[in-house]
Design a protein around this ligand. Sequence first.
Ligand code: AMP
Ligand code: MG
Length: 350
Amino acid sequence: MLTKIWRVDPTAGNLEENAGIQEAATYIRDGEVIAFPTETVYGLGANALSDNAVKKIYEAKGRPSDNPLIVHISDFQQAERVARSIPDAAEKLMKAFWPGPLTVIVPAADAVAKTVTAGLKTVGLRMPKHPVARALISAAGVPIAAPSANLSGKPSPTEASHVYEDMNGRIAGILDGGPAGVGVESTVVDTTQDLVTILRPGGITREQLEAVLGKVASDPALKDKKAQPKAPGMKYRHYSPKAPVELVSGGLQELKQAVARAKETGLTVGVLTTTENANVFKNLADVISVAGTRADLATVAQGLFHALRRFDHYDLDIIFSETFPAEGIGEAIMNRLNKAAGSSKNDGME
Ligand code: AMP
Ligand code: MG
């Protein structure tokens, strides 16, 4: 399949009239798959009301069919088409954080394709903030089911070039709207329980959620690796470069020692680090990939997947990574790094 690419300036006015977005929207209505930018990562979208269209997403990604997709909408009325009902907590969160990087799990309406929910009675709903995503959804006139636009198991794409690497020839087109902003995916919260529960940490922090709702719970699987996660996708291997990733806790000295020891045994070594520490590895590691600055963890979130993907351009034996405090956006960063590192223990991929 020929994969078309449309460049779209997200700051231009009247995006719904843009020729590329119009053409992409026609492909969505015709049941094809289109990659598009959101403020978190690039998504791989299809008509959420059509089983045949949604099946093509799973095929393009190689995603296991038991892992449900998030449905993206561009206005509040669409939520009523996709959700059977909207719990009070969900409504509060939608008002506070939409458009934005928050997905609420709510009871699913019958109109939603069964392949979207993977047979669950609930559906994940999100209204993205990115102007290109919003314009595509409104121009298509249907809710769009979209996972991240990477091949299953790979780091999520934060630039159109990452999508091209994974999806060229597999989908109808890519809307290139420049780099995504937040860099990690949306926070997924279950609003169908008494206490709102974080199933996946992401762009909206626990602290932000608690400011609106008071206490929120965490899916036990986020801490206990043996527990069965409520978000099916969280059980899968993710975000993994080809070489194994090892997280080094402690601090810079420990990381330096880990790299030095691996070099002594003759290994080719990558290091995932920050602007503050990159210099330390100059004559030590074979490949240095800088995610962002420790002084502002939002930059680490933005640069994390690009930094992980870069390693695959080299032939490495092992990658060592800095670790970060798991607070604020650091919770999502550490969740993704743990998944990148824990790959071999799991049997599937997202
Ligand atoms: P991705 O599409 O790659 O951003 O991943 C979406 C995440 O949301 C996966 O971990 C899914 O398992 C999770 N998810 C989507 N829909 C539901 C749902 N109805 N219930 C629980 N988790 C969901
Ligand atoms: Mg994903």
